[in-house]
Design a protein. Sequence first.
Length: 937
Amino acid sequence: MIYDFQKIEKKWQNFWSVQQTFKAENQSDKPKYYVLDMFPYPSGAGLHVGHPLGYIASDIVARFKRHKGFNVLHPQGYDSFGLPAEQYAMQTGQHPAKTTATNIKRYRKQLDRMGFSFDWSREVQTSSPDYYRWTQWIFLLLFDSYYCLDDDKAKPISKLIASFEAEGNINIKANCDNNIPEFGADEWNAMGALEKEEVLLKYRLTYLSDTEVNWCPALGTVLANDEIINGVSERGGHPVTKKKMRQWSMRIGAYANRLLEGLNTLDWSDSLKEVQRNWIGKSIGASVYFDVKGHQDRLEVFTTRPDTIFGVTFMTLAPEHELVQKITTAEQRGAVENYILEAAKKSDRERQSEVKNISGVFTGAYAIHPFTKEKVQIWIGEYVLAGYGTGAVMAVPCGDQRDYDFAKHFDIPIINIFDQIDISEAAYTEKASVGLINSDFLNGLSYKKAVKRSIYALEELNAGKGTVNFRLRDAVFSRQRYWGEPIPIYFKSGIPFPLKAEHLPLKLPKVEKYLPTEDGKPPLGNAKDWAWNTVLEKVVSLDEIDNETIFPLELNTMPGWAGSSWYFIRYMDAQNEESFVGNRALNYWQDVDLYLGGGEHATGHLLYSRFWQKFLYDRGYLPVEEYAKKLINQGMILGNSAFIYRKKGTQDFISKGLIKGQKVEPIHVDVSFVNLNNELDIEKVKAWQKDFEHSNFILEEGKYIVGREVEKMSKSKYNVVNPDEICETYGADTLRMYEMFLGPLEQDKPWNTAGISGVHNFLKKTWRLFYDQEKLIVDNNKPSPEAYKILHQTIKKVTDDIERYSFNTCISTFMICVNELSALKCSNREILAPLIVLLSPFAPHFSEELWSVLGHSKSIEFEPFPLFDPYHVTETTKDYPVSFNGKMRFTLKLSLSLSIDEIKEIVINEERTQNQLQGNPPKKIIVVPGKIINIVI
RNA sequence: GCUCGAGUGGUGGAAUUGGUAGACACGUUGGACUUAAAAUCCAAUGACCAUUGCGGUCGUGCGGGUUCAAGUCCCGCCUCGAGUACCA
C-alpha cells in the first residue's frame, strides 16, 4: 500500500467535520488552554503559502495540548469589514457583503484543506450584524464612561453626573478635553439638558470633537496615526494632509500609562514591546507657562529640560497653534499668514522631506520669562509639531540642536548656560553633569538637581509644574466609509445621543453608491430613508429630534480596528444572544494562553485591543486586564520573484548571464514559469501576456535564465505560491511540516520549494515502517533496547521542543528517529504507536490514518501524549564534559538520559579530565538530585 | 541619527544553562537495484595537508579580553535587516 495522501486527507477532514472532533465545550474538568490566531481579512486573492505559517504553528500547539489533557479552545474567524471590499464595490457595483461572502467561502475551503483543528462552531465575522451588534454595544459603553484619575479607571458617566450635581467639576480629576470651564453644583443644575450633554461629551471615553485629523483625499476618509506609514496611507500609498473635522475619537490617551506599565507583565518579544513603548512615548518633564506681553493669554509649553530655562531666548509655536492669530502684531500679520498658508498646503510627506530646511517667521509678540522677567520673541516654525505636547516650545539654543540652528539662521541671541562647554559650533545636548552658569539660583547645579529645583521654583511662582507627556494621541474613530460598523448615535441640535442597547444592531443600509455624496457626506448619506426610519423606529418619539435636521443619524462608520479589538472574547461564547459574552464561558476561558500573529500590528490592533480589554475590565465586564500574556510573532514568508530583462527600447529579452554592462529593465514574470534551475519556460511567457507574444528571447547555452530576488509575497509581483498547489502535489501534511521545517517560527524566510522533497520523503519513509509493499508489517514483538532508546529520546526532545515553540528542530528529531528505526527494521507496535501520537500534531491526517490502521476506532486527537521514560534510555556512557570553576568544583552535565536515581555509576574519562584539570584529579564525587552533578575535589 | 535584531559549509538551518561546532534537510559526487527511467537504498560531502599509517592544522563577520573550555560571556569595530524619526 502506498501513501495516498490525497485519499487520506480527504477521508479524515471529512471525519473530523462529521464527528465535530474539535468542538470545545465551555465547561470541563480539564484545565483550559486557549490558542488564538490573528484572524484574516478575507481578500479576493485567497491565501498564499505565507498565511498559514502561524496557523500551522498554533494548530500544532492546539493539538499538542489536547494530547496533554487540556480542553483546548482554538477558534477562527474573519476580519471582514474593510477597504478592499468597498473599493471593489465602487468599481463593480457588487455589494461588499456579497464579495466578502464569496471570499470567505474560498478561505474556508483553503483552510479546511490544510487540516486545521479549528472549532468552526465559534466562527465570527466582524461584518455580521450578530457580531457588530456587540461592537456597537461596546461603543455605547465607552460613550457611557469617563476616566476617573483619582481611582485611575473608567467609571459610568452617571457617577460623574452625581458628582456634578453635588459639587460641580472643580474637584473632579478626570481625563478630558482641555479648557473645560469650571462650574459649581448650582451652575450645573441650572444648565439645560442639551447644555449638560455638551459638557459631558468632553468627558466621555468616546467623544466628538473638532480635531486636526489626517485626511486622505484619494481614499476620501480620515486615518488614524497607525494607518499612515512614512506620510502616506498604509492602504494604497496615497498622500495625507491635515484637516480640521468634527470626528469621533477614543480616549486611549487616558490609558497611556497603564498600557505602558502593562507591558512589563507580558511575555511578548522585546522588540514588539519596545515598539509599543515608543509609540506611547512617555516623557517626564515640566509644563511651563509664559505670560504673553500685552495679552491675557498664557503660553503653555512642555519641556523635558526645565533645568535649561535660563537658556531660553525665544519661543516657537506650531503654525496651527491657536494663539498665533491672537498675538500676531499688525506689522507681522502679512508674513505670518503667508507662512501658515504655505505650511497648510504641504502634505505630511513634504514636511518630512524638508526636515533640514529651516523656516519660520516672527509674530511680533513677546513672552515674559517667568524668572528673569525679560521679554523673549515669539516665533512660529514648522519644526514645532502641532500634535505633540502643547504645540509650542521654549527654545533653548545652547541645549537643543534644532533651536540652535533656528537661532543661528534668524540671528537670534544665544545664551550659554553650560560651564566650560564650547557652543560656538553646536548645541550641547548631553545631560551629563556639567554645572550650570548664567542661571541664577540654578548655577553650579548638576542636571538632576537643577531639574528638581527648577520645577519647585516654577510651582512656587505658579508658572509651571512637573508633568508627564505622552506621544500617544487619542484615536480618531470616524471613517467616511460604507463597509464598516454604523455608529449607533443620533443627533438632536447637533448633540449626540446613544441608541438604546435593545435597539442594536443598527444595521448597514443598502445604498446605490458607495462613494461619498455630492455635498461631501459619507456614503451613508446616500441612505436618507434608512436614517429617518431608523430614528423613527428606535428613538422614542419624534420630539426627541430636531425638525431641522436633515440627517438625524451618525453617518460615519467605525474604523477597521473596532471589530478586531474584542473578537477573542466573542470566541468564548460566539452564539450568545443575550450578551457579548456569557459569564460562565468567560469565567472558564478567562484569557488567551497563546496568541500568534504578525508583529506589524504592534501599534494598531495590539494596542487598541489592549485598550478595550482594560476598559471592559474597569467596567467590570472582564476578569483580567491583559488578554494575551504570551504572544509570538511569526515571521513572514517572502516570495522568490523571477525577473526577465528587456533591453532598453527593444522587445529583446536577454538571459541573465548575458547582460554584462547592457542597459536593461527587469520585469517580473510569474514564478510558476520557472523551474528549480531558474530556467524560463518561454512558451508559457508568450502565452501569458500579449506584450510578450512577439518578443525575442536571447538565450545562453540554449536556456533563458531568470534573475531572482526575495520580496514580499504579492499578487502584483507574480511571486505568489498557492498552498492548494502544494497540497495537490505533496499533500497537506507535507506542506505543514515543510513550513515548520523552513526555519525558526519568528524569522522571516523566503519560500523555496527546493527542500520540500526531504519532508515528503520522511513521511513516505515513516509509512514504510508500517507497510511493506501491500502488507501491513506491524508486529507485536518486544522491541529491542535500542528501539526503546530511540523512541524515548524522541519523546523527550519533541516534548521539550514543542514547549519552546521550536518546531523546526522537532521535525529534525522525527527524521533522525525514523532513520534509526528503519535501520533497525523496527516495526513493533509498542514503538510505532507512541511515535504516531508524537507526530500527529504535525501531520494529523497521516497519523489518524495509521492510528486507525493499528486498529483504534477513536480519533488519535485525544490520545495522551507519550511520556518520556528515562528507564528506557539506558546507555549513557557518552563522555560528558567536565567543567571547572574557580571553587574547585566540577560540573558534570547529563544531556538526556537518566534521572539521578537511576545512576549506578559514574565513570570519568581519566585522560580527558587530566587534560582539563592539568593535574588536579577529582577526589570525591557527590551526586545531587537534578540535572547537574557536582564533583568536589 | 536613535532603538531592536542578526552575521555559522554550496543552500535552509542545528548546537536549551559556556562543554566533541556544522545535527537534520536540500544540493553535489560516487555506487547498488533496473533494458532504461522513476522509486528506493548505501557511501562521501567545512577548508587545507596527509591519505599503502589509522592522522594533523585551521575554522562560527573582524580585533582584543575573561575561562581548563567561547558560536555562546565582556569590550571595541564592520556588515546586513527591521522599526522609528524635527517628540521639545
